[in-house]
Ligand binder design. Structure first.
Ligand code: NAD
Ligand code: UFG
Length: 336
């Protein structure tokens, strides 16, 4: 089955491309390389030995997307394309709303025109806002604290309204927790622009000597060691959840939401200590004030994905720390 991956050249898309090929699917990528590069796709081809067609286009561009659908018989779409930096979304919210909403609307219109009925969407645990309690279950209240999060929640609404109105449409909303790690080959991984915002790429760049010290944002949260707790998930496990989601969408109608996390919460210091131990490296750090907008704890109850999708995270924190460093040390400047 041909599967369209919008944003397929990005961090999660490239890993999903590999897992789809391993499972016998034929991925096609549509990406404008806004936050990625062609080299990532070349590396996917190198890992799998399979050539992956790429359409360099803006997924909000109806004519370009329409033409691509005319040239391919897609069985499903995985919609990764989007802008994802929380801080930047507060500075340029209109660009975030325009890009992240328009891409989905265009896709839904073109899918309808071409009779393509299955879509998997990259949502985020950020839609739970400030959680009342953890672990998070899919039915818990939602609400966001930044424009990026709102684009995810609005997209969830748009997609479920579309499936309510069209009995043929299958929508799978995957709420990712915190993806880290890289493919075990060390050939693909996360390649942030400039100074990383997220914890693991910051740690790996300190380990590589590109950054001097890690700042730990707050040690006075109501958590066991006072630092923020998150549900870190290996990107390869996350990629495999998409393979399950495609199969599920193909055999069910309507909208279904799944948390994609491990169910385990680790603190910032747990991650730093595990990284140092697994890789036998020192990560110097300083305790800094809390980062605006951060929450104390966020981790999933992933039971629904375990039961309904037949998916479960298989990799542990050691794998995540080892593979993150393996990617960084072999690619000092990412894909550049
Ligand atoms: P990424 O930036 O590496 O990948 C996104 C890709 O989409 C990039 O290749 C970018 O060039 C492309 N893109 C953006 N706008 C486009 C457009 N209009 N047309 C065509 N291509 C476009 O990000 P990622 O980490 O791989 O995330 C993938 C998806 O998962 C995003 O929707 C993101 O919001 C969501 N998500 C990510 C995380 C995370 O921590 N990485 C967590 C939750 C959800
Ligand atoms: N942290 C530090 N120092 C850093 C970076 C992060 O101490 O330099 C801490 C944060 O305060 C937080 C934890 O590490 O406690 C994780 O922070 P990240 O920035 O790696 O991840 P977030 O949980 O803040 O955000 C991520 C994605 C968002 C997504 C959210 C919920 O980046 O896009 O998960 O899914 F919305």
């Amino acid at each position: 089955m041909k599967v369209l991956l919008t944003g397929g050249a990005g961090y999660i898309g490239s890993h999903t491309c590999v897992e789809l090929i391993n499972a016998g699917y034929s991925p096609v990528i549509a990406d404008n390389y806004d936050n990625s590069c062609p080299e990532a796709v070349k590396r996917v081809e190198e890992i799998t030995g399979v050539s992956v067609p790429v359409y360099e286009l803006d997924v909000a561009d109806f004519d370009a997307v329409d033409k691509m659908f005319s040239e391919n018989d897609f069985g499903a779409v995985i919609h990764f394309a989007g802008l994802k930096a929380v801080g930047e979304s507060c500075e340029i919210p209109i660009r975030y709303y325009r890009n992240n909403i328009d891409t989905t609307l265009t896709l839904l219109e073109v899918m309808k025109k071409h009779g393509v009925n299955n879509i998997v969407f990259s949502s985020s645990a950020t839609v739970y806002g400030v959680p009342e309690k953890v672990p998070l279950v899919e039915g818990m209240p939602t609400g966001c604290t930044n424009p990026y999060g709102w684009t995810k929640l609005m997209n969830e609404q748009i997609l479920s309204d579309a499936s309510n109105a069209d009995s043929e449409l299958s929508v799978v909303l995957l709420r990712y927790f915190n993806p880290i790690g890289a493919h075990e080959s060390g050939r693909i991984g996360e390649d942030p622009n400039g100074i990383p915002n997220n914890l693991m790429p910051y740690i790996t760049q300190v380990a590589a000597g590109k950054l001097e010290r890690l700042g730990v944002f707050g040690n006075d949260y109501p958590t066991p060691d006072g630092t923020g707790v998150r549900d870190y998930i290996h990107v390869v496990d996350l990629a495999k959840a998409h393979v399950k989601a495609i199969a599920y969408a193909d055999s069910h109608k309507g909208t279904e939401i799944f948390n994609i996390g491990t169910g385990k919460g680790y603190s910032v210091l747990d991650i730093v200590n595990a990284f140092m131990k697994v890789n036998n490296l020192d990560i110097p750090y300083d305790i800094k004030p809390r980062r605006a907008g951060d929450i104390a704890e966020c981790y999933a109850n992933p039971e629904k994905a375990n039961k309904v999708l037949g998916w479960k995270a298989e990799k542990n924190l050691e794998d995540m720390c080892r593979d993150s460093w393996n990617w960084q040390k072999n690619n000092k400047n990412g894909y550049k």
